[in-house]
Design a protein around this ligand. Sequence first.
Ligand code: FES
Length: 162
Amino acid sequence: MSISRRKFLQSSTAGMALALFGLSGKAESASGKKYPSLRIGNIRELKAGEPVQFNYPDSTSPCTLVMLNETAIGGVGTLRNVVAFSSLCPHMGCPVNYKSGRFVCGCHYSMFDAAKNGQTYQGLASQWLAQVTLRFDKASGNIYAEGVEGLLYGRISNLNIS
Ligand code: FES
């Protein structure tokens, strides 16, 4: 069984945090909350390179859905080229904009590879761009957001605990 670098780093980081704070189990499930399943588009409505904005997992978290010109890690659709990411830079929360296969932050010019899990490859951001987990329904063409890999900027938990 293989494990992505992001998942490995997340699990080892989360494990260290849990050990430090004496907690057990998954942080997100500690509140009893689960990610919602939200229809965010249909593959027939997407055009390669033209991003679509949506909010997930709640109304205060802007995200971007985009069809790439290449197969992507975590991509859905018949060509596995549809991905979604948080629109907030992990460095200081400025908006990132999609351009030519990457997300670019206008504040300090961090760049994130949309085909490689939002990997940071330039700039000040030390974390990858949080990627929205997608599900594709082949019959209808609908695309659903169903989770987030990585921590959304400014949060201690992706699911607000109230
Ligand atoms: S806020 Fe994006 S690089 Fe600084």
